[in-house]
Design a protein. Structure first.
Length: 318
């Protein structure tokens, strides 16, 4: 919208989701800890069967691993996505599974054990998927992502513009901090649900215009709450895309910098055009008052002004 174009160069804070925005979202399983009586392949089969119904990048990584190992997926009786937490499902044998982050386990009073394994995965930069059945943790799955190629360069350019940068993610604190430190973002708000992200955006807006960049998955509330919501990659849900002010069809972060530059250039050209047009009209009026310019000269001056402002505006395309 015109308002988005006008305000983009005035942004004070930019918030980034982590997975799929700062990282490629092409996760792979790093390690699986199995605490159940069934073998690791069966655990993977169950988790992949459930996650096959989810759109999240972590879910896609689990399903891809199962496909690579030619594992035939199970039928799922019931499935429920819990935004910001994970998923709940009942498999064909009737067992109920909860798969998601630590908050999901704590919300359902499931005791977190094997903290040593959890810390090992976190220290290696993994996002962790907790798998529980019958109110007990049956597996921990560590998944790793890789940064987008130019992310450090983009962050550097934004910092040079004196823009406050924030990583706003549902991932655990240590994993988020490892990634943030690597790319140069100082402020990290982690372990937050989509609703909590929206509340954080509201607080940040007190200091000025806030832009939110996400991959569009589970991000509708926070994209709508921000002054400028950007959905990256064009892969989000229709509701997330609808909530966004800008949809970048590629996953190139430098498009954000380009957008700010276009906004700055557009506003500069608008001001130039206004000053020039008003100046010419004042000059023509003064000349006509002193009898130096007649009506036809004023008309030609007005047409000339219009043409010059059009050509000046076309400089945006450079």
């Amino acid at each position: 919208t015109s308002e988005t174009l006008e305000n983009a160069h005035k942004v004070k804070t930019i918030c980034f989701d982590k997975t799929g925005t700062l990282t490629k979202g092409e996760l792979s399983i790093y390690k699986l800890y199995n605490y159940s009586n069934i073998d690791e392949k069966e655990i993977l089969k169950i988790v992949a069967s459930i996650e096959n119904k989810s759109e999240h990048p972590i879910a896609r990584a689990i399903v891809k691993k199962a496909q690579d190992e030619k594992i035939k997926l199970k039928e799922i009786k019931e499935f429920k996505a819990i935004p910001g937490f994970g998923v709940e499902a009942i498999i064909e044998s009737g067992e109920k599974y909860l798969i998601g982050n630590k908050k999901l386990m704590l919300e359902n009073n499931i005791k977190i054990e094997n903290e040593k394994d959890e810390q090992e995965l976190v220290s290696d930069g993994n996002s962790i998927l907790f798998v529980s059945s019958n109110n007990k943790i049956v597996a921990l799955i560590g998944v790793k992502d890789i940064l987008k190629e130019n992310v450090k360069e983009v962050i550097k350019k934004l910092k040079q513009r004196k823009i406050n940068l924030v990583m706003l993610t549902g991932d655990n604190e240590k994993t988020a901090e490892i990634i943030a430190k690597e790319i140069g973002i100082e402020k990290v708000i982690s372990n937050v649900t989509p609703k909590e992200k929206a509340e954080q955006i509201k607080k940040l807006k007190e200091d000025g215009i806030v832009m939110m960049c996400g991959d569009g998955i589970n991000d509708s509330p926070v994209l709508a709450r921000a002054d400028i919501g950007i959905s990256m990659g064009g892969i989000g849900s229709s509701s997330a895309i609808e909530a966004s002010d800008v949809v970048i069809m590629t996953d190139e972060l430098n498009k954000i910098v380009d957008g700010i530059e276009i906004s700055k250039k557009t506003n500069k050209i608008i001001i130039q055009n206004l000053i020039f047009a008003i100046g010419v009209k004042i000059l023509t009026l003064l000349l006509s008052l002193f009898g130096i310019a007649d009506m036809w000269q004023a008309v030609f001056a007005d047409v000339g002004t219009t043409l010059i402002t059009i050509f000046n505006t076309l400089r945006i395309l450079k």
